[in-house]
Design a protein around this ligand. Structure first.
Ligand SMILES: Nc1ncnc2c1ncn2[C@@H]1O[C@H](COP(=O)(O)OP(=O)(O)OP(=O)(O)O)[C@@H](O)[C@H]1O
Ligand SMILES: [Mg+2]
Length: 359
């Protein structure tokens, strides 16, 4: 059979659908560096998330589509380039060194925002993404404890350098409490502090910057929306009715601030008995999913109540690191994959789809 030409290869690749966007990989601009030479077709698929469980499937489908043209020698490489999902015009200029800012919030305190933020951040980093976390709780910073960091910030003379732990770049007010703290942190006003967390810190090539929001709705979210373009918010809820009502308010607040909702995470959704594996729905069942359906937002996942999650929060080694094979850690990892997928989908919607995607 004669060697197909470039157009024939591209037409074949247009039959391969990316599962999250449900669009073909050529239209999404994922096919790069296509070469045809000496009976061989080679190209790169540029994925938009490291946390992408279907990558082998996508590569195999693409290879099979080209082989079906009669090409025996097909070389498909996979690379990852996380795209920015935020619309800069909605929140000022883009943030240097950061592609996607993601707020993790809730309508009320104690539902597990910080726990979810920290474990999601680590799950994304373990997949190979570059991830940072901002402790948005100015008055009650918990991130340093949950990540086991005690440090004072340093600067490079111009900007503040984030702390590094478990593969994450981290900023928290908890790092700025000694007498040695830079003068800019004395008597900080909330809005100024939030702005400095973003603009005065040297964030280094982050795919995702997670912001652990303080309890309640309001000031910090407002500051956030005025300071940077935010790719989206994750709202953490527990399944019981009171928390669900608060979460609805949180979602509406983010929407009012023009911050899109990436979805809902249901935390402490059920209890798995460690001795008999019996599952008990202590706070009711299916509330988060139902709320997501009602409000037309994505349900990102559910995380069980599991004592080692609490222990990991207290001793500075989050569950995704301490027990990566546990069902609860797998729930965080699956949720992180869903979050990455939502960012990809939003980025496809934002970017004009390139007409000539082949470089
Ligand atoms: N799925 C879970 N299983 C067991 N313990 C959990 C779980 N999620 C959170 N916790 C524990 O519940 C407590 C509250 O969690 P966390 O501090 O993350 O909540 P928060 O919403 O950030 O609270 P705040 O509103 O005070 O910032 C912590 O002790 C944490 O370890
Ligand atoms: Mg918290």
């Amino acid at each position: 059979m004669a060697m197909p030409d470039r157009d024939a290869v591209l037409t074949a690749l247009r039959t391969v659908l990316e599962q999250d966007a449900r669009k073909d990989i050529v239209s999404l601009g994922l096919v790069k560096e296509l070469t045809l030479a000496d009976g061989r077709v080679a190209f790169t698929i540029e994925l938009t998330a490291h946390a992408y469980p279907a990558k082998d499937q996508l590569r195999d489908q693409a290879a099979a589509a080209v082989r079906a043209l009669g090409v025996a020698d097909v070389d498909v490489r996979l690379t990852v380039n996380v795209r920015s999902a935020s619309a800069p015009e909605k929140g000022g200029p883009p943030l240097p060194g950061v592609k996607n800012v993601i707020a993790v919030g809730a309508g009320k305190g104690g539902v597990g925002k910080t726990t979810v933020a920290v474990n999601l951040a680590i799950a994304l980093a373990k997949c190979g993404s570059r991830v940072g976390i901002i402790d948005g709780d100015i008055y009650g910073p918990n991130v340093p404890i949950m990540l086991g960091i005690s440090t004072q910030l340093t600067t490079d003379g111009k900007k503040i350098l984030p702390a590094e732990k478990h593969g994450l770049q981290v900023i928290s007010m908890g790092f700025m409490t000694s007498d040695d703290a830079p003068v800019i942190w004395r008597g900080p006003m909330l809005h100024g502090a939030i702005q400095q967390f973003f603009r005065e810190v040297r964030w280094d090539s982050l795919d995702y910057l997670i912001v652990d929001m303080p309890p309640g709705t309001g000031d910090v979210a407002l500051s956030l929306s005025q300071t940077v373009p935010v790719a989206g918010s994750i709202v953490v809820t527990t399944p019981q009715q009171v928390s669900l009502a608060d979460s609805r308010r949180a979602i509406r607040m983010y929407q009012k601030l023009n911050i899109p909702t990436l979805g809902i995470v249901e935390n402490m959704s059920h209890f798995v008995c460690p001795s008999c594996s019996h599952e008990a729905d202590i706070f009711g069942h299916g509330g988060g999913q139902k709320m997501a359906d009602d409000m037309n937002v994505t349900f990102l996942g559910r995380v069980p109540i599991y004592q080692p999650i609490r222990e990991g929060s207290d001793n500075g080694v989050p569950l995704v690191l301490s027990e990566p094979e546990s069902p609860a850690a797998k729930a965080f990892i699956a949720t992180a994959e869903r979050v990455a997928a939502e960012i990809s989908i939003a980025s496809y919607k934002r970017a004009p789809i390139p007409l000539t995607p082949i470089s």
